[in-house]
Ligand binder design. Structure first.
Ligand code: COA
Length: 187
């Protein structure tokens, strides 16, 4: 399904303590990733004047096309599943974090959490970790694109120091966080 193979770098202690972990996605994760994708777009889909079957078909298509786009345009990116420990059972998939670390400005291709996982600090914890990791690696910073109507995600990114960069393109707004030059390469 994707080229990601390497073991993800370790997460900060607060996320580890809360049972959050990353692992590279595998071909057999496709159904769970498709389900997560449906959850990311559920609010928007609620307003679409389609039947449940039409919505499911649309989401299947969009999921497939988006995945193809990511792996075609960012073949060396990290495609991580976000898991939460659920002992004594196996960890549960609670989201995805796709990150391209191959360019001077790292790119968060996507971050998304299952509905039940939101609002618990997981997203900000992971994005702060990405920012700190980018700084430590000497990257220029991190960028991402947010859908124009996703006001809540945008306000989270602003709180984390991301700023709007340029005019919107289509339905998306690019946002950039620049690493402090003095801190680059310091871990
Ligand atoms: C955006 C997202 C990754 C943030 O992770 P999180 O763990 O929920 O965020 P945290 O708990 O660390 O921080 C809470 C903030 O996240 C944002 N947030 C919370 N729920 C959200 C939701 N359903 N959609 C978008 N942003 C949300 C808000 O800014 C919130 O602050 P507020 O409660 O003061 O409004 C997560 O909510 C999510 O996956 N949302 C749906 C998919 C999405 O919008 N992805 C972003 C693509 S650019």
């Amino acid at each position: 399904m994707t080229p990601t193979a390497a073991t993800p770098p370790s997460l900060p202690a607060d996320l580890v303590r809360r049972g959050v972990a990353l692992r590279a996605i595998r071909p057999e994760d496709q159904p769970v990733l498709r389900d997560l994708y449906g959850q990311f777009r559920a609010e928007e889909m609620a307003f679409a004047p389609w039947s449940a079957a039409q919505k499911a078909m649309f989401l299947d298509d969009q999921f497939r096309l988006q995945h193809h786009h990511f792996v075609t345009h960012h073949p060396r990116a990290d495609f991580w599943l976000i898991e939460r420990a659920a002992p004594p059972s196996a960890p549960v998939a609670v989201g995805r974090l796709y990150l391209d670390r191959t360019t001077p400005l790292w790119r968060v291709l996507d971050v998304g959490l299952a509905t039940a996982e939101r609002g618990r600090g997981t997203g900000s914890g992971l994005l702060t970790w990405v920012q700190n990791s980018a700084s430590a690696a000497g990257a220029d910073g991190v960028d991402l694109h947010v859908v124009l109507t996703n006001v809540r995600a945008r306000s989270l990114y602003e709180r984390l120091g991301f700023a709007v960069d340029g005019a919107p393109v289509g339905h998306h707004q690019r946002m950039v966080w620049r690493a402090e030059p003095a801190l680059r390469g310091v871990s």
